[in-house]
Design a protein around this ligand. Sequence first.
Ligand SMILES: Cc1ncc(COP(=O)(O)O)c(C=O)c1O
Length: 373
Amino acid sequence: MAVSDAYTHEFSEPLGYLDFASIGPPSLRVRGAVSDAFIRVSEPEGPLGPSILGTYEAALGTVGRFLGMAPELITVVPSTSTGLFGIAFGLVPFGGNVVVPEHEFPANIYPWLRAAGVGGPEVRLVEVPDRRVTVGALSEAVDDETRAIAVSSVDYLSGFRPDLAALRELADDALLVVDAIQGLGAVEFQSAPADVIVAGGQKWLRAGFGSGLLALSRRSIDMLHPTLTGWWGVEDSFDWDTLPPHTARADAERFQGGGPPLFGAYALAAALDVIEAEGMTAISTTVMENAMAVEDLVRGCGAGILEPWDREEERSGILSFQMSEEPAAATVLRLAAAGVTVSERGDWVRIASHATTDLAVLDVLAEVLDAEV
Ligand SMILES: Cc1ncc(COP(=O)(O)O)c(C=O)c1O
């Protein structure tokens, strides 16, 4: 399945750009939304508050539609980390432990460590040598005192996609916290098993920096302590005659320290409009077809592939490989010289094409990788 011209014309990355797991160049629609917002606040025609807030609420509605969740369960965060800090610090009064695969991207490690440092749950970092995050891999670390299991929906290195429904069962009363930055916008995602979904918009969603989403189940909003809740996150936040503290809001806005990243919210909504117009099925099918085509090519060039998956549903848009007898850094440099942008991650070359990737890039890849010295 190919994506439509209307979709591809939204984007203008060069042919050799295969680094969507690092940064996903945003669409024209996103650029337009952010520049319109700047113009709106630069040239106010009266009080800005109502129109700014109206657009923000519409953006939360768009995110809710995308995730199949009510808008009151959604807020916008400047980064994945910021969202996860709110969750980790919300668990501080509960003690117990949180279970996290040791190989998670650090955005999903530091918040838990920092919260533990001020008396929050003990952090149980679980070694998963093959990066297959399964119930079997985590279950020994989970017990009656576990408050949260925190995983990525897509591993940033191997691209492995865990079975979130199975992890939900393992979590039982604990929260299942999902860093979805490497999956949302690229592969199909079921929101239901997760209590918390956090994702920066700067990668596969193609919304640019400062445009993350934080979505929570009703249960997790009610349970988490509003530890980092600031003036924006409370009831009657514009009532300055009543001195703080006000009661924390009952919706996801209670995770805001100060005013939300409004421009990020507009960018995110514009990015999701582009996705919605094309349909996640068409995008994810194309992402997977492109990833497989890249895989066939690099395999044919003799590369070793990091492949912890057993089934297709465990795969994503990310592929990491290494050429025999060539350090990853050297491969990355040779690809860069030919105009192909990928990332070096440890011993691996991480390659991440998107639905807009033109497979003419395979010829360039073949030329460089076949010419291995
Ligand atoms: C799995 C994962 N989570 C989070 C991030 C980024 O975190 P943040 O949005 O806090 O910068 C990355 C990559 O940069 C990542 O690969």
